[in-house]
Ligand binder design. Sequence first.
Ligand SMILES: NC(=O)c1ccc[n+]([C@@H]2O[C@H](COP(=O)([O-])OP(=O)(O)OC[C@H]3O[C@@H](n4cnc5c(N)ncnc54)[C@H](O)[C@@H]3O)[C@@H](O)[C@H]2O)c1
Length: 344
Amino acid sequence: MKILVTGAAGFIGFHTVSRLINDGHEVVGIDNLCDPATHAIKLARLSMLGIDIAALEPGKPQHSSAGSFDFIIMDILDRQAVQCLCMNRHFNCIIHLAALAGTKPSITQPEAFFDANTLGTQNMLEAARLCAVQHFFFTSSYVVHGDRAQSPLKENDDVDSPLSMYAGSKRAAELLCHTYSAAYRLPVTVFRCFTAFGSWGRPDSKPMVIAKAIADGTPITLLNDGYLVRDFTYIDDIIDGMMMALSMPPSGVHHAPYALYNIGRSKPITMLAFIQALESALGKPAIIERDHSSPLTKGESVEMYADTGKLEAELAYSPVWDYEEAVPIFGQWFAENYKITFNL
Ligand SMILES: NC(=O)c1ccc[n+]([C@@H]2O[C@H](COP(=O)([O-])OP(=O)(O)OC[C@H]3O[C@@H](n4cnc5c(N)ncnc54)[C@H](O)[C@@H]3O)[C@@H](O)[C@H]2O)c1
């Protein structure tokens, strides 16, 4: 298939492109390489994908030495450039991952989050419609559930009271995905991802922040005396699930060709257990400061994990990686690449 991946220099984008190239697809990746703080890891990921990063210029495709992959520095907000690219390349499928992520930064940058996540998604949907793309895949986030939702979280829970601009911009994008699917019969699959971890992770994500604190010997504050339950999901599970979804675009005869799935490990563990596994993997103890206050006072919930029954029933896929096996792999990668990742 000819596939466009947005956010190709990001964490999930990097793993997606690697898998697609290995599986023999013809891939084009775009990313605006925003945020100087994460520039180094984005360039390192592109290098791993066979891109000559010294030759990168905005708008100019760079061909990979590792397979059928072109990378272009392009902003998804540049509607004309995106439409032109889609018209010229005749993609069968768009995997739309580009976004600004994180609840905290979204509070102080509401416009940037709306632009990248909501308007950016609309631009990609419009390009997909104009170019008659056969399948549009979008990653949303479990944050749409807010901090008081009852776990396990289900796809049909009420998610219409977002609490941050990150959640609101993603929920709005989910609704746009449904609108395009219903109004233009565009097959759309949405994954609501739970916290992903793995090699080349996003530097501000919880697993990376914890690993860095252990490596640096800086304290980790644990709310609720350490009892926080989360659904850490290994990146390979997300990519395997995505590949399954790509092979089965939603059809829908009497309704929109639209499908939304949770993707999480659905085997919740405490934050403390995850930290302990990382301590073993990195061979260093964490400095833990216990905070007895309720997580809700800091905008966090006590338990947050997915019900993946729908994914299992409809796509015949269930995540398989347990943290006991995945964290040591992540820890080894982290120990070897810590400096590149944080530009030290
Ligand atoms: N990693 C997780 O745990 C997680 C959990 C839930 C949802 N998600 C979603 O999955 C997707 C990928 O997440 P990630 O962890 O890989 O994040 P990431 O930040 O590593 O990747 C996102 C990429 O999008 C690019 N981007 C941002 N704005 C852009 C724009 N206007 N034009 C072009 N490129 C732009 C960034 O440069 C970045 O490389 C996001 O949509 C995110 O909301 C991720």
